[in-house]
Design a protein around this ligand. Structure first.
Ligand code: Z5A
Length: 207
C-alpha cells in the first residue's frame, strides 16, 4: 500500500524542523515506517544544489533560483520520496513546493503560476497528502532563528521584513484555497502544544 506524504511549511523559525522530528518519532512509535527529509536537499544531488542556493556567494536571477529549487526537488522526488511512498513508507518533509511558490513565486515576484509550471515536471503527481502550515508572526520566527543561529543567515533569511510578510501572506492564501490539503496550526504556542495539534491533524485527516 502507498505511504502518506506529509509536508511542513511556514516562515523561518516557525518550528518546522523541530516538529518534523517530533512527528516522525510519533509516527514511528505507532509502528509506521517513516522517512524524515527536508528541502532544499534530501539526496546527495539535491544537497549539492542546496549549497549553491543557500550559500549566498553566487549571484542568481530569480528565474535561475526557481529552476534550481525545482532541479533539487526533481532529484529528491525521483530518488527518495516517490520510491519511499511506493514501498509503503510515510514521508515527512520539511518544506516542499509551497515554499517555492511563496518565496520565489509570491514574494520573489516571479509569479505563482510561473513557478508552478517550472515545478510540473519535477513533481509530476507526487503532491502531499497533508501539508501542515505552521503560522507565526514574522518577528517570532526571526527571533527564534536568531537565537538559534546568531548571525549565520542564508540568502533568504537576510531579506527584509516586508519580504517575509509577503511569504506569510502567500502561505495563508494557499491554505485558504486548498483546505483539504492544508491544516493550519498556531505555532506561537509551546512546542508540545504545537506537536499535539499536528498529531490531531494527522489522525483526523489521514487515519
Ligand atoms: N527556500 C526557498 O526560498 N524556496 C524553496 O523552494 C525552499 C526553501 C524549499 C531554507 O533554509 C531556506 O530556503 C529558507 C527558505 C528558502 N529560508 N528562509 N527564510 P533552512 O532549511 O536552513 O531553514 P528554514 O527552512 O527557514 O527553517 P529554519 O529557520 O531552520 O526554522 P524552522 O525549521 O522552522 O524552526 P526550528 O529549527 O524547528 O526552530 C527554530 C528555533 O526555535 C529552535 O531553536 C527551536 O528550538 C525553537 N522553537 C521551535 N518551535 C518553538 C516553539 N513552538 N516555541 C518556542 N521555540 C521554538
Amino acid at each position: 500500500m502507498q505511504g502518506k506524504f506529509i509536508t511542513l511549511e511556514g516562515g523561518e523559525g516557525a518550528g518546522k524542523s523541530t516538529q518534523a522530528r517530533l512527528l516522525t518519532s510519533w509516527l514511528h512509535d505507532r509502528g509506521l515506517n517513516v522517512v524524515e527529509t527536508r528541502e532544499p536537499g534530501g539526496t546527495p544531488g539535491a544537497d549539492a544544489i542546496r549549497e549553491l542556493l543557500l550559500g549566498g556567494n553566487v549571484p542568481l536571477t530569480a528565474t535561475a533560483e526557481a529552476h534550481l529549487f525545482a532541479a533539487a526537488r526533481a532529484d529528491h522526488v525521483e530518488t527518495l520520496i516517490r520510491p519511499a511512498l511506493a514501498a509503503g513508507r510515510w514521508v515527512v518533509c520539511d518544506r516542499f513546493i509551497d515554499s517555492t511558490l511563496a518565496y520565489q513565486g509570491a514574494a520573489g515576484k516571479l509569479g505563482v503560476d510561473v513557478v508552478r509550471t517550472i515545478n510540473e515536471t519535477a513533481i509530476g503527481d507526487t503532491m502531499p497528502d497533508l501539508t501542515i502550515l505552521l503560522r507565526t508572526d514574522v518577528d517570532t520566527g526571526t527571533r527564534r532563528a536568531l537565537a538559534r543561529d546568531g548571525d549565520e543567515t542564508d540568502r533568504f533569511s537576510m531579506r527584509d521584513v516586508e519580504f517575509h510578510k509577503m511569504v506569510a501572506k502567500a502561505f495563508d492564501s494557499f491554505a485558504a484555497d486548498d483546505p483539504d490539503r492544508f491544516a493550519v496550526v498556531d505555532a506561537e504556542q509551546g512546542i508540545e502544544t504545537v506537536a499535539k495539534a499536528i498529531r490531531t491533524a494527522v489522525e483526523t485527516r489521514l487515519s
